[in-house]
Design a binder for this molecule. Structure first.
Ligand code: NAP
Ligand code: ZN
Ligand code: ZN
Length: 345
């Protein structure tokens, strides 16, 4: 075992504070990654504060992890010491079930080991995330990060990137498609960048008038203030990716997609939503959901982003400012992702 410095919460009401955890020694198929950067996802806030009612403590959050490989097990093939690597929201899965065989490890029928607030495949050992000095992970669940990339801007791709890339691929977004991105935060700004790189005509649908100029700079063709949109956007989009973290009216979003269009929820507000039957039935519309993406798809996303030079817009912070960063995210004051510089741990 090795001791890792970390930041953790002890309860739903405690602040994120220094903590120590143990990591296993790398097994023959494991690598150890010395973490250089970790992005802050809104999920970290939902989870630390038990907003989804499934939190376990102590909890070391963080699932947008990049760093340098510092140890490799004897059978490791993909990595050598000194390579850059990433870890997203999963550290393992059964690898045998139908979902795993299809590359959908996030939907493992037995047990997806999420990166934190979960357990390893033994169902006992708690998993701890990226607000820590290092992590030990099976190479099969680590992603290759090409040398020379801006690591602080790559870290958020491991969750915000894949969570938006996956539905854009699944709904086959391509040149000329009209894509609406609802909510311009960490996920939203990646949906804009990736959607634009795929050739879509992107409109940002935002509750914040102050984000209009940023939306265009990030690659959106149009901007619409949701409070003022009403019927002006009726039947306009082929697809809307809904990234909003708080309660909002999903029926409005459904009215903005074309006949047979789809709204994909990736945002996960804690309260149940009310969907009117006629929001769906009238235009034969679909409301779907999507959670992160599989390991191969995550690697495809990283390769796509490297090729198209698509990286997150980040504000790099020291670890000690983590609680301030959470408060700022709650006030919708982030442009557009915080990344922790782990040297400051
Ligand atoms: P974020 O950076 O805080 O952005 C959320 C955005 O939602 C804000 O920028 C804001 O955009 C909008 N918003 C916030 N409060 C609002 C309100 N009261 N009314 C209307 N709009 C509001 O969060 P994030 O990290 O992108 O995460 C977004 C959500 O996705 C979270 O619920 C998170 O847990 C979830 N998530 C899901 C997955 C998955 O796999 N499905 C993965 C990661 C995260 P505007 O100012 O433009 O309105
Ligand atoms: Zn996340
Ligand atoms: Zn499985």
């Amino acid at each position: 075992m090795s001791e890792a410095k970390a930041y953790a919460v002890q309860s739903a009401t405690s602040e994120v504070a220094p903590f120590k955890i143990s990591r296993r020694e790398p097994g023959e198929n494991d690598i150890r990654i010395d973490i250089t950067h970790c992005g802050i996802c809104h999920t970290d806030i939902h989870q630390t504060r038990n907003e989804w009612g499934m939190s376990n403590y102590p909890m070391v959050p963080g699932h947008e992890i990049v760093g340098k490989v510092s140890q490799v097990g004897a059978k490791v093939k993909k990595f050598k010491v000194g390579d850059f690597a990433g870890v997203g929201c999963m550290v393992d899965a059964c690898r045998k079930c139908a979902a795993c065989k299809k590359g959908l490890e996030q939907h493992c029928e037995v047990h997806t080991s999420f990166t934190y607030n979960n357990t390893e495949q033994d169902n006992v050992t708690p998993t701890h995330g990226g607000y820590s000095s290092h992590i030990v992970v099976a190479e099969a669940f680590a992603l290759k990060v090409a040398a020379g990339l801006p690591l602080e801007r790559v870290a958020p791709l491991l969750c915000a990137g894949i969570t938006t890339y996956s539905p854009l691929k699944r709904w086959d977004v391509k040149k000329g498609d009209r894509l609406g991105v609802l909510g311009l935060g960490g996920l939203g700004h990646m949906a804009v960048k990736i959607g634009a790189a795929m050739g879509a005509e992107v409109t940002v649908l935002s509750s914040s008038k102050s984000k209009e100029a940023d939306a265009k700079r990030l690659g959106a063709h149009e901007f619409a203030l949701t409070s003022a949109a009403g019927a002006t956007l009726a039947n306009r989009f082929d697809l809307i990716i809904d990234t909003v973290s708080a309660d909002h009216d999903i029926n409005a979003a459904l009215s903005w997609v074309k006949t047979r269009g789809t709204v994909v929820l990736v945002g996960a507000p804690p309260k149940p939503m009310q969907v009117g039957a006629f929001s769906l039935v009238g235009g034969s519309k679909s409301l779907s959901g999507s959670v992160i993406g599989g390991i191969q798809e995550t690697q495809d996303m990283l390769d796509f982003c490297a090729k198209h030079k698509v990286f997150s817009d980040v504000e790099v912070i020291p670890m000690k400012d983590i609680n301030k960063a959470y408060e700022r995210m709650m006030r919708n004051d982030v442009r557009y992702r915080f990344t922790v510089d782990m040297k400051t741990l």
